[in-house]
Design a protein around this ligand. Structure first.
Ligand SMILES: O=C(O)CCC(=O)C(=O)O
Ligand SMILES: [Fe+2]
Length: 261
């Protein structure tokens, strides 16, 4: 069970058919439709955050530092944006460690499936990138981009001392004026940018394929830390070797690896 991590009194999602869970799912769908994002503050309780943080300390020490610029927009639009962070993968998480247990907790997969109305829905099966901890130290950022998949779920573990805000423009991917919206954004004069202020322990479900978003540069310690869980409409989905190399610096999982099934 995950009661030592998740506040199951506030979010009783273990039984998805219960009236309380049905109400949370309904609210999530409404928020995603209206704002493109659904947040669950206090999803991890204080002890859960502390347990995750202890594991994250160890994981981030052994994480892979990525620093490059990438093409994050549809072809021909905008310019490359900067990516600078440390990532630790699922293969680095001991079996039964807090992030490992949470990701393999079936009721969470079921809950995300219901909120996103993706049935069935599966944990991404990647031995490295399906479940990861990212860390943004001073000066780190994740530049403006669209995600290549929906179904990323994040849990804030630690906020930066300053900076590191999650900023987004919901639902703009299919707008005809996207090229000029991106130019305005990169020139720092977009009126559409929203900021999502989430406290440690908050679980966020976000339509990352349709929304432009970024993690703004961190301005002051401590570093920002996030747990990211990935889900897919098909079983057995993996990330590409390009993603493995860019984010983790390896193609193969360390030692024995972990199974997500
Ligand atoms: O860390 C976050 O809040 C979001 C990260 C993100 O956008 C991504 O990993 O694609
Ligand atoms: Fe993203």
């Amino acid at each position: 069970m995950v009661g030592d991590l998740v506040d199951l009194d506030r979010y009783p999602i273990a039984d998805i058919a219960s009236p309380e869970a049905v109400a949370i799912v309904r609210e999530g769908r409404q928020r995603l439709a209206a704002d493109g994002v659904f947040t669950m503050p206090g999803f991890l309780h204080a002890k859960g955050i502390a347990a995750m943080e202890e594991e994250a300390d160890r994981l981030c020490r052994d994480g892979f530092r990525r620093l490059d610029h990438r093409n994050a927009f549809p072809s021909g639009m905008g310019e490359k944006t900067r990516v600078s962070l440390v990532c630790a993968g699922f293969d680095q998480m001991p079996r039964e460690s807090p992030p490992h247990r949470l990701f393999l907790w079936d009721p969470l997969t079921r809950f995300v499936s219901e909120v996103l109305e993706q049935r069935p829905y599966y944990r991404n099966a990647d031995a490295i990138a399906s479940c990861m901890v990212s860390e943004y130290a001073l000066g780190d950022e994740l530049g403006w981009h669209f995600d290549s998949n929906d179904g990323a779920v994040t849990i804030m573990l630690r906020q930066a001392g300053s900076g590191g805000a999650f900023e987004y423009i919901p639902d703009i991917r299919h707008r005809a004026d996207l090229p000029s919206l991106i130019d305005d954004l990169l020139a720092g004069r977009s009126p559409h940018v929203r900021e999502l202020d989430v406290l440690p322990g908050t679980l966020t479900i976000f339509n990352g394929r349709r929304a432009l978003h970024r993690v703004a540069p961190v301005r002051r310690a401590p570093s920002r830390r996030m747990l990211t869980l990935s889900y897919e409409p098909e079983p057995g989905q993996l990330f590409s070797d390009e993603i493995h190399m860019r984010y983790f610096g390896r193609r193969q999982p360390l030692s024995r690896g972990n199974a997500t099934g």
